[in-house]
Design a protein around this ligand. Structure first.
Ligand code: ZN
Length: 233
């Protein structure tokens, strides 16, 4: 069920965006990736990206042939509008909605807009992102309606049909692992378990059954719970 055409995947190096990369490689003729460097604490996530891309190309040669170039965009301005910068507070802490105070409101709107501009230049119609309403109801810019609306805006604003795909929108973390297994079998599950990064604190000192992380931040808790549920079947 290959869809003709090219896709650009918002690829952070985390579990969700890597599952989306596999999903896109399974579906499209040609797939490129884009990552944003905005001075995030968990920059380690960005550093995982090359290892994941190499791992995919080596373990899945049929996908490796379709995997095109990687784009990394510096978005340092985002750091200057995070709460830690605006309040002069340097400590990372978690708000009542589970998001770290380094989170920038509307971040995904910016990411997709930059991605669409690059896609325009590259002749790419499809944008793919790992946003999910099931686990991230606290992020208004992850909502399905937000992204459907943005798809219309980008298509009009660039006078060029853009399609935003969010294959994880309605599934939970356990189902994301199951999707991973369907797409690439145990090899892809293992690659994502050991090479991707989700922890808000950027901790990669200890490998847990579900992957690396501090084990206590909301991102680690979510990832651990999804893995437990997936393994329990
Ligand atoms: Zn963590």
């Amino acid at each position: 069920m290959t869809t003709p055409g090219s896709a650009l995947v918002l690829f952070s190096g985390g579990q969700d965006s890597t599952a989306c990369l596999a999903w896109a490689l399974d579906r499209f003729d040609h797939v490129e990736t884009i990552g944003f460097d905005y001075g995030q604490r968990h920059r380690v996530e960005l550093d995982c990206r090359d290892a994941i891309r190499d791992g995919i190309a080596n373990s899945f040669p049929h996908w490796g042939k379709k995997l095109g170039r990687d784009h990394t965009l510096p978005l340092g301005a985002l750091k200057s509008i995070s709460d830690t910068a605006l309040t002069g507070e340097s400590e990372i802490r978690f708000q009542s909605n589970g998001l770290p105070n380094t989170f920038v409101p509307g971040r995904n709107l910016l990411f997709f807009t930059f991605a669409a501009a690059i896609a325009y230049r590259r002749g790419i119609k499809h944008l793919v992102g790992g946003m999910c309403e099931t686990d991230y109801s606290g992020y208004p810019d992850c909502r399905d309606d937000t992204l459907k609306s943005l798809q219309v805006t980008l298509s009009l604003g660039m006078d060029n049909r853009t399609v935003i795909h969010t294959p994880l929108m309605w599934i939970d973390k356990a189902a994301t692992w199951r999707l991973t297994e369907e797409l690439g079998g145990p090899a892809l599950v293992e690659l994502i378990r050991t090479e991707t990064h989700s922890c808000y604190l950027g901790d990669r000192r200890r490998l847990h059954p579900w992957g690396y992380g501090c084990g206590t931040c909301p991102a680690c808790a979510l990832r651990a719970e999804g893995w437990r549920k997936y393994r329990a079947g």
